[in-house]
Write a protein of this length. Structure first.
Ligand SMILES: Nc1ncnc2c1ncn2[C@@H]1O[C@H](COP(=O)(O)OP(=O)(O)OP(=O)(O)O)[C@@H](O)[C@H]1O
Ligand SMILES: [Mg+2]
Length: 268
């Protein structure tokens, strides 16, 4: 039996937890003894300078990387040796910084990647025939909701950087019903699309989904998160409630010095 961790002092059980995670790439120490807990219905911001270890931590939590030491728990159960596919089957949905879209496939095929719809008809099902009409309809509907002017059959290689990002986010939002991690989901987006992504993030949390959100945009972080964890050079240096935090305080934690915050749109 794998051990199940007790709920914390607030009585809540974390859905995803990192305990004492350390990881190096050769001589580069990317994470040192990092703890992080994510709870249902909350948006947790993960911030830090370039190279602070945010992506590495997300990849440890999603099963892409195996940390050198420490434990990963899903719903209170230690799940150390699972790969990304197995973590996904436990409900851990991730939008990676490099998006992981397949250039040789079209929008619809990317949308349904590894979740292709089969026909109900047992013969067609046995032959592995895909229900392309239904996948097309569902993808087109999603694109319309997102106000994305892209045809479902267009090759992913032929859509803009921002549209690619929206498609990757839309995929995670559509399938994510437990835990969703977004590594800089709005980095390539315009103002309207960024706001749309923030709105989706809040509505996911309201449905009870636990969301981890990485961003360098302080305004976005302060606007959408309930709690913020700060990494500096691979170490966790802050874990604070957003309601109690100021941009200045977070920038100080990120940089380790009292830089003056230029304005509310500050990017760090
Ligand atoms: N594949 C890799 N091989 C070697 N070193 C790596 C690799 N990926 C990341 N690193 C190093 O590990 C450290 C943490 O990188 P990571 O990508 O986790 O940072 P990050 O906080 O996501 O940064 P950013 O904000 O720029 O995305 C950095 O020093 C980085 O150079
Ligand atoms: Mg990163």
């Amino acid at each position: 039996m794998t051990p199940v961790s007790p709920p914390n002092e607030t009585g809540r059980q974390s859905v995803l937890e990192a305990r004492g995670i350390s990881m190096s790439y050769g001589a580069v120490r990317a994470l040192s003894n990092v703890d992080l807990s994510l709870y249902p219905g909350e948006v947790l911001g993960l911030v830090g300078d370039n190279g602070a270890g945010k992506t590495t931590l997300v990849k440890c939590l999603s099963g892409v990387h195996r940390p050198d030491s420490g434990e990963i728990l899903v719903d209170g159960t230690v799940r150390d040796s699972l790969n990304a596919e197995q973590m996904r089957s436990l409900g851990v949905e991730t939008v990676y910084q490099n998006l992981s879209l397949v250039d040789t496939l079209d929008v619809m095929q990317n949308f349904f990647l590894n979740r292709e719809l089969l026909y109900r008809n047992p013969v067609a099902r046995a032959l592995g025939l895909l229900n392309k009409r239904q996948m097309y309809r569902a993808t087109t509907e999603r694109l319309r909701e997102l106000e994305l002017a892209v045809e479902a059959r267009r090759s992913i290689a032929a859509v803009s950087g921002g549209q690619r990002q929206m498609i990757a986010v839309a995929r995670a939002i559509s399938w994510g019903n437990h835990i969703v991690m977004l590594d800089e989901p709005a980095a390539a987006l315009g103002v309207r699309q960024s706001l749309q992504v923030l709105t989706f993030i809040r509505s996911m949390a309201e449905r009870g989904v636990a969301v981890l959100f990485i961003s360098h945009n302080m305004q976005h972080v302060l606007q959408v998160t309930d709690r913020i964890v700060v990494l500096r050079r691979g170490e966790k240096v802050g874990d604070l409630k957003t309601a109690d935090a100021s941009a200045q305080q977070i920038v100080t934690l990120i940089t380790g010095s009292d830089l003056v915050v230029a304005g509310k749109d500050t990017k760090v």
